[in-house]
Design a protein around this ligand. Structure first.
Ligand SMILES: [Zn+2]
Length: 280
């Protein structure tokens, strides 16, 4: 293909950030640290390999996802505990914070609420930054491994992809029929997964996660949350997923509640203020 004469000049145009975040309300991390210091552990769930577990966190409480036993990636879904239609919006979180998230950044909810659902308050892999391949940890670019894409590319029926694990776990937690629960499963936060895009083809890549037992990612629940976490059949995602080949390990989720007197007059972020008239 021939290039136009001004191709170099056109490519040299400097990019601008789509969504500058200078006007985004910032979390009060000192306030959250105060909550955390007084928070009391109220429960935990160990998520078995190639399965998912669910947990509930009251607003102002915390949940911590930890690596135990060995390197393992987790696929996280979040919903408002009383309204499954308000759910984590991976794409908008990516548009606001970039491809990977860490301490001080937030997981945003779907339209029309578009508000912070959770704020990352601790990340023991925060040191990783970006590696020489352009890889980083905890991405909001992947979707979740699923049996449909697996069938499309390789044929066959595999039942322990994160999509199916999350579907079964949500059905168990809510009593919804399996196929109805499936409709609420959405694009995930890839906890501990190390990913990026190849420079030459722009393809989504993964590599062995740097996570080790003892590492954790911790969140403040900005609203009452129902969470589901799948221990991906990809294990540390160094080679493949959608099969039982990879070495897999459990993940631990711990829940902490902040006493009401410590929360004081703190309230959840308000729902988005757009009037929803859409010009009519
Ligand atoms: Zn997976």
């Amino acid at each position: 293909m021939t290039e136009p004469a001004d191709a170099t000049a056109r490519r040299a145009v400097k990019p601008v950030i789509c969504y500058p975040v200078d006007t985004l309300p910032q979390p009060d991390m000192a306030l959250y640290a105060g909550f955390r210091a007084q928070a009391v552990k109220t429960g935990e769930v160990v998520v078995a390999p190639r399965a998912a577990g669910t947990f509930r966190v009251p607003a102002g409480g915390f949940f911590r996802i930890s690596s135990i036993e060995g390197p393992q990636v987790g696929d996280l879904n979040l919903w408002h505990a009383e309204d499954l239609s308000e759910r984590f919006y991976s794409g908008k979180t990516r548009a606001l914070h970039g491809t990977h998230v860490t301490t001080g950044q937030r997981l945003w909810s779907s339209f029309p609420t578009l508000r912070p659902m959770a704020t990352i308050v601790a990340d023991t892999l925060g040191w990783y930054g970006k590696d020489d391949f352009g890889g980083s940890v905890h991405d909001v670019i992947g979707t979740r491994c699923d049996p449909y894409t697996h069938n499309l590319l390789s044929g066959g029926q595999y039942h322990h992809c994160c999509h199916s694990n999350l579907t079964r776990a949500l059905a168990d937690a809510t009593g919804l029929p399996l196929q109805e629960a499936e409709r609420h499963v959405h694009d995930v936060l890839n906890v501990f997964m190390c990913t990026g895009f190849t420079r030459d083809t722009g393809q989504y890549f993964m590599k062995a996660s740097p996570v080790r037992p003892g590492d954790y990612l911790e969140f403040l629940a900005e609203i009452p949350l129902l969470g589901a976490l799948s221990a991906c059949p990809g294990g540390d995602c160094s080679a493949q997923h959608s099969s039982d080949q990879a070495a897999c390990h459990p993940l631990l989720v711990e829940v902490f509640e902040t006493p009401a007197d410590v929360l004081g007059d703190w309230v959840s972020p308000r729902v988005n203020a757009y009037d929803r008239s859409h010009g009519r």
